[in-house]
Ligand binder design. Sequence first.
Ligand code: NAD
Length: 293
Amino acid sequence: MSLTINTLGIVGAGQMGSGIAHVCAAAGIEVRLNDVNEERINGALATINGNMARQVAKGSMDEPARQAALGRITGARSFDDLAGCDLVIEAATENEEVKRSIFVALCRALPPETLLATNTSSISITRLAAATNRPEKFIGIHFMNPVPVMQLVELIRGIATEDATFDSARAFINRLGKTLTVSEDFPAFIVNRILLPMINEAVYTLYEGVGSVESIDTAMRLGANHPMGPLQLADFIGLDTCLSVMQVLHDGLADSKYRPCPLLVKYVEAGWLGRKTKRGFYDYRGDKPVPTR
Ligand code: NAD
């Protein structure tokens, strides 16, 4: 039997965790937000508060709804605080070892009926499910960034995912007013299988000196009608996440066309991860983004 999601746990209060908390609380779901770094929880609450205030200013939310939604989000200091949740979504750093250890610890803290999901951009759902004691209650729910703005959610079954789990996840996404698409469990699923090689190619185009940051982004915005240039988008996603997805594609599909560009590796090694660290292909520390190459 499928389960109605009234209380949601989120592990990882970064860009995605805070966005998921925002839309779920606005849809009437109780949210418990966890992060290994407590400052990230406070940062996420402040971000959500600010983003909802902007929605009120634009007229897409009223003030009582904002107050009610904010009241539905609480910080969870430990996984034990997530024990009453119907579903826990993991939205931590894109690293398989980190995610596996989170699921092992979550399974110790949660009752057996709690559903588990991952927001991974690329890692095998079946492999992550195998780290749990309930692979039939495990599913990939892949939100897009920024969650309050983007309409799509990809749903990915692992090999053992039960229909009831799939149905619960589908009803949950419908309640958020999002549109879902179903992907098979292959590296990076649908959106990132197509998007990330394009971004990686844009970095190669920069690396080989075919164009500057500005000319590459302008070319794709005005020449292919993309709302953002690929390097601007890479900064928005996070260059560490972009590199991880390329590594998963390269390892998982064993095709050299997915080789991560060395310049992308260099930016990540420098800690220039894009907007979240204020520097990537653009420098965001001033009033206006300035290309770094
Ligand atoms: P982020 O770097 O903004 O946030 C990751 C958070 O995870 C950090 O706050 C970090 O402290 C926390 N974390 C790390 N280890 C943890 C642990 N053991 N327990 C609890 N929290 C832990 O990253 P993000 O962009 O929010 O990405 C999160 C996930 O969502 C990744 O799997 C990523 O691939 C996926 N995703 C990202 C995007 C995007 O565009 N950025 C889009 C869709 C999906």
